[in-house]
Design a protein around this ligand. Structure first.
Ligand code: SF4
Ligand code: ZN
Length: 293
């Protein structure tokens, strides 16, 4: 580990990962003594699989915590099916029931179709991201979840911070998960892996025999995030510790920024009832534009 200057054996590596994840969970999860439901979004990939595995390892015997793993099926041919199979397999191994929520059931179309019919040729992730987040929130609310856990690793998290800084999007920086607020329509997101680098998540999965799907979404090449992925990787290579520094910067800035969104009204979308600060949410807006086109 270049950023700590240490070399660890398997046992100490596992302990090092688990210790940091437990600390994050302690800080992100408010325990009040009453039972808690945590929805866990799993794609079948390494990050979300390790998230579920660790949450189950930490809370599996805790009678006051119920895990609810689910997968959003966007409808991406040649990609999502293998992820779904892995997700199902992992839940089976851990003795947890797996749930699925799909674009086609909820929006009437698979992402493949949405992309094919989009005459504006918008980046697929611009449709997929808000739609996926919407369904994650929907299934978590239907299940009365107190939290929804996402498998965001340190590299992803540092990329998101930098992307929002570059866009000058203060509100989005302030709203980034982990969420410490309670809003009627939005289930707070927690990110147990946000301090674990991507290569350590991968190593943890391999060392512990966690099955995951290593396929890539066919639309990934068009994601704007790719550019930031490379920038963060280059910065980390030149100066080990850059990713951690970005997260520290954001953690210190967030309480100051949160004043800008604390009193913001988070209303309900007129059409679907999802949380939004506008009259109509981004997903309904997107769907109505597509139907119009
Ligand atoms: Fe969706 Fe883009 Fe992720 Fe593919 S890469 S699953 S299109 S957000
Ligand atoms: Zn809506």
């Amino acid at each position: 580990m270049r950023y700590t200057g240490s070399n660890l054996c398997k046992i100490h590596f596992n302990q090092f990962v688990e210790k940091r994840v437990k600390k994050e969970i302690r800080e992100q999860l408010k325990r009040t003594g009453r039972p808690i439901v945590i929805s866990v979004a799993i794609s079948g990939g390494k990050d979300s699989s390790v998230t579920l595995y660790l949450l189950n390892k930490i809370f599996g015997k805790d009678a006051k915590i119920k895990l609810f793993p689910f997968t959003v099926d966007e409808g991406i041919s040649g990609y999502r099916d293998s992820g779904l199979a892995r997700a199902r397999e992992l839940c089976n191994d851990l003795g947890l029931e797996h749930h699925v929520i799909s674009f086609s059931d909820n929006y009437g179309k698979r992402l493949d179709e949405i992309v094919r019919e989009d005459i504006r040729n918008t980046i697929p992730c611009s449709h997929c991201g808000p739609m996926r987040r919407n369904l994650m929130n929907k299934i978590s609310r239907l299940n009365f979840s107190d939290y929804v856990a996402l498998g965001i690793n340190l590299d992803d998290y540092a990329q998101s911070i930098l992307m929002n800084v570059v866009k000058g999007d203060i509100k989005r920086l302030a709203r980034m998960a982990p969420h410490d607020f309670v809003r009627e329509t939005l289930v707070p997101r927690i990110l147990p892996l946000r301090k674990i680098p991507e290569n350590e998540v991968m190593l943890y999965a391999v060392l512990n025999g966690i099955k995951f799907d290593s396929g890539w979404c066919p639309f990934y090449g068009r994601a704007q995030r790719n550019r930031f992925r490379q920038i963060i990787a280059d910065l980390e290579e030149e100066t080990p510790g850059t990713r951690h520094a970005l997260v520290k910067f954001h953690d210190e800035l967030k309480p100051i920024l949160s004043d800008s969104v604390k009193h913001e009204e988070l209303g309900k979308c007129f059409i679907c009832g999802s949380p939004t600060s506008n009259k109509i949410c981004a997903v309904c807006n997107d769907l109505s534009e597509m139907n119009y086109a």
